[in-house]
Design a binder for this molecule. Structure first.
Ligand code: C5P
Length: 296
């Protein structure tokens, strides 16, 4: 086999609690990740020529070493001393600076593809080291569809699938840097992880969507909404359109709404799109990264 195609899904944080600051400059989190059907396509091909080549379609993302997908291949190659060379083709659909984890998902997809083609794949401990070097969200994408994350968000444990629902994603025309969003947090935005634990318990018990929705929380909601009141407005509009709950994902700028009925979700997304906003309807997925084709 010398080429593998992977579906690299986006994620939302159904719950994102920041618990405290760590000595290494990161923050300890308690978060519930959910993979969703919006995805990038990632194709990884082995080649005899040395080095990693990256082609990107659909977005103005950094080429070469500034791209997480490129770095994933490079780190894999350094750790494993294989392959000599690889070319990566990335078709981007997941918007950037959105809190949807697109870059991390692409990186996880590259690791998945390389492991699939590797005659002697890295063991689990090596893969964990590799993922930790790439970013906090990468382990989730490589392992689960619904999960609770602790530590930097990289210590993940899988949960039962979410009940049937539809999710509207809407992105205002601003991209927020994760680092800047963490800097906006005040002491009062920190919580102790009980929202995420309660949500994880409800999901694993197979609770109804209404109960799960009650535990939706995001530590960045206060500072981001104070600075950009549009976030509050978008949440209200999703609720008025029939969402059980609406919240920011990650450190923004996408807002998601959880819907039971597809018709309501579709209508809500259409109205927002007609106003010039980026919006779409997605559904929960059972895995963050999934192999779709292996080519001999
Ligand atoms: O891990 P990742 O590279 O995705 O994180 C980007 C930035 O977000 C980090 O450099 C850090 O400033 C912030 N961050 C944090 N605590 C986390 C995750 C990210 O402070 N748990």
């Amino acid at each position: 086999m010398n080429a593998v195609r992977v579906k690299a899904c986006a994620k939302i944080n159904l719950c994102l609690e920041v618990v405290g600051r760590r000595p290494d400059g990161y923050h300890d989190l308690a978060t519930i990740f959910q993979a969703v059907s919006l995805h990038d396509d990632v194709e990884v091909k082995l080649r005899d020529e040395r080095g990693i080549r990256l082609d990107v379609e659909g977005a103005d993302v950094p080429p070469g070493r500034d791209n997480l997908a490129w770095r994933a291949a490079q780190v894999y190659r350094q750790m494993r001393k294989w392959p000599a060379g690889a070319s990566i083709r990335l078709i981007k659909r997941i918007p950037l600076g959105a809190g949807l984890g697109g870059g991390s998902s692409d990186a996880a997809a590259v690791v998945l593809a390389l492991r699939e083609m590797d005659p002697a794949p890295l063991d689990v401990a090596q893969v964990e080291r590799l993922m930790a070097a790439l970013g906090s969200d990468v382990p989730f994408f490589l392992t689960h569809g619904t999960a609770i994350g602790y530590g930097r968000g990289d210590d993940v444990a899988g949960l039962t699938d979410l009940p049937y629902c539809w999710i509207v994603l809407v992105k205002p025309q601003l991209s927020i840097s994760t680092v800047a969003a963490y800097r906006m947090l005040k002491r009062r935005d920190l919580t102790d992880g009980t929202h995420a634990q309660a949500m994880a318990e409800a999901i694993d018990r197979g609770a109804e969507l209404d109960e799960i929705a009650q535990h939706v929380h995001n530590a960045f909601a206060r500072p981001l909404t104070e600075r950009w009141p549009l976030f509050g407005e978008l949440k209200r509009r999703l609720m008025d359109a029939g969402a059980l709950t609406a919240e920011i994902t990650g450190s923004g700028s996408v807002v998601f709404g959880l819907f039971r009925a597809h018709e309501e979700a579709k209508r809500a997304a259409e109205v927002l799109e007609a106003e010039g906003l980026w919006a779409c309807v997605v559904e929960p997925m059972p895995a963050g990264a999934e192999i779709v084709e292996c080519v001999e």
